[in-house]
Design a protein around this ligand. Structure first.
Ligand SMILES: Nc1nc2c(ncn2[C@@H]2O[C@H](COP(=O)(O)OP(=O)(O)OP(=O)(O)O)[C@@H](O)[C@H]2O)c(=O)[nH]1
Ligand SMILES: [Mg+2]
Length: 385
């Protein structure tokens, strides 16, 4: 061997030796990854594995084709991911049921006769649309039927009703979004009587805004009810947003004042103010709301929404509450909660008819994701399809 080849041969022997040393390790690690790490696990004193894991890892027998077919035919009901908003149609079953009887009658066929009009009226009243609005809706549908031909078929009624409901609601407002200030903090004031869902809705709205990339601050201006601020604090903690609170029984005006200061200092996008639903007298409650509103208005352009929260399950009683609040503060929109557990969802029509204020959001459950924008066409379709 020439002297010049010697180093090359030496390097070759060295590389071969290194490879032979490493090879067993590579084989072991491959086996380990195939067995889900079992072989790589440090050997412990023999604790028996749990029963579920004790089954042999590799099946050696073939699965009979008929079993494969059977398994494939099983319908897998996929659970919606937790962040997926619920569908209005799926949650307003009870209100839909008010119309189900009507549609059964209509589907018998024939022409629209007096009995069909009575059925329609009854269905609307059953859904708590209220006498005045019901009359007006029936008249609207009659006009549509006349336009379609005096002897319109009964089975055309659902479509006529759907169009009537959609157009009535769309006439109140086309934009049902919550408005943001052009610059500086946006403030939304939540008002309504006790127990309707103000605090829960505050949290639900906060969650949506955070998901949209906004910096949110919650103001616990319900200092009247013991533990009200704690309830909101829990939500703030869970959602990971800022909270301004005061002393129990203290001045809610001071809370809002501090919240406005904090919002400016921290460059907060949205401040949601949760207010008390009950005070010693209604006069006090209304005066306090006016006061809170004035404090927010010290920051020009900040107050973008005064949202009246109404519990759908109180049906027509919600209208009485709306009258009281609308008399004290200018309501910019309604959040109708608990639409999931009531047959009285038709009250949406009455609210918009009387107050000409849009229902902007609806609550469909107690969870933070159970809030959806109110869409007239979707609502009308869900009622009569
Ligand atoms: N099913 C259902 N329950 C709801 C909905 N919104 C709120 N709730 C429940 O209604 C109850 C009252 O809700 P709160 O948010 O505490 O009501 P509030 O208006 O803040 O009450 P006060 O602070 O006493 O004035 C709670 O048990 C909520 O979980 C909804 O859309 N659907
Ligand atoms: Mg509350």
């Amino acid at each position: 061997m020439s002297e010049s080849l010697a180093p090359i041969v030496l390097i070759g022997i060295f590389v071969l030796a290194a490879f032979l040393l490493v090879l067993p390790r590579i084989v072991r690690s491959r086996e380990a990854s195939r067995d889900g790490g079992a072989t790589a696990a440090p050997s412990r004193p023999s604790t028996p594995p749990p029963l579920a894991e004790a089954a042999p890892a590799a099946a050696t027998t073939e699965v009979p084709p008929e079993l494969v077919e059977e398994i494939e035919s099983i319908e897998v009901v996929e659970e919606a991911p937790p962040d997926e908003p619920p569908r209005l149609r799926d949650r307003i079953g009870k209100t839909r049921a008010s119309f189900a009887g009507l549609l059964g009658v209509l589907r018998r066929g024939g022409k629209i006769d007096a009995a069909a009009w009575d059925e329609l009226e009854e269905a609307l009243l059953l859904a708590d649309v209220g006498m005045t609005t019901t009359q007006s809706v029936v008249d609207g549908v009659k006009a549509r039927a006349a336009a379609a031909g005096a002897d319109a078929d009964a089975d055309a009624l659902p479509d006529l009703l759907r169009a009537e409901i959609t157009e009535r609601l769309e006439a109140t407002a086309t934009d049902r979004s919550l408005h943001h200030a052009a610059e500086g903090p946006t403030v939304w004031l939540m008002v309504g009587v006790n127990g309707v869902g103000k605090t829960t809705t505050t949290a639900k709205i906060a969650k949506r805004e955070i998901a949209d990339g906004n910096k949110v601050l919650l103001a616990a201006a319900d200092t009247f009810r013991a533990a009200a601020a704690d309830q909101l604090a829990k939500w703030a903690d869970r959602l990971g947003c800022a909270l301004v609170r005061g002393q129990d029984g203290g001045d809610p005006g001071a809370v809002v004042f501090d919240a406005m200061d904090a919002a400016t200092a921290r460059r907060t996008d949205v401040v949601i103010v949760d207010t008390a639903g009950r005070l010693h007298t209604k006069v006090n409650l209304m005066r306090e709301l006016e006061k809170l509103k004035r404090i927010v208005e010290r920051t020009p352009g900040a107050l973008q929404e005064v949202l009246l929260v109404l519990d759908a399950s109180t049906g027509q009683n919600g209208l009485t509450q709306a009258r009281e609040f609308a008399g004290a503060v200018d309501i910019t929109g309604v959040v109708l909660t608990k639409l999931d557990g009531t047959a009285k969802g038709g009250v949406v029509l009455a609210i918009e008819d009387e107050f000409q204020v849009p229902v902007k959001l609806v609550g469909l459950g107690e969870g933070a994701d159970d809030l959806v924008p109110f869409d007239p066409a979707e609502f009308a379709a869900a009622l009569v399809e």
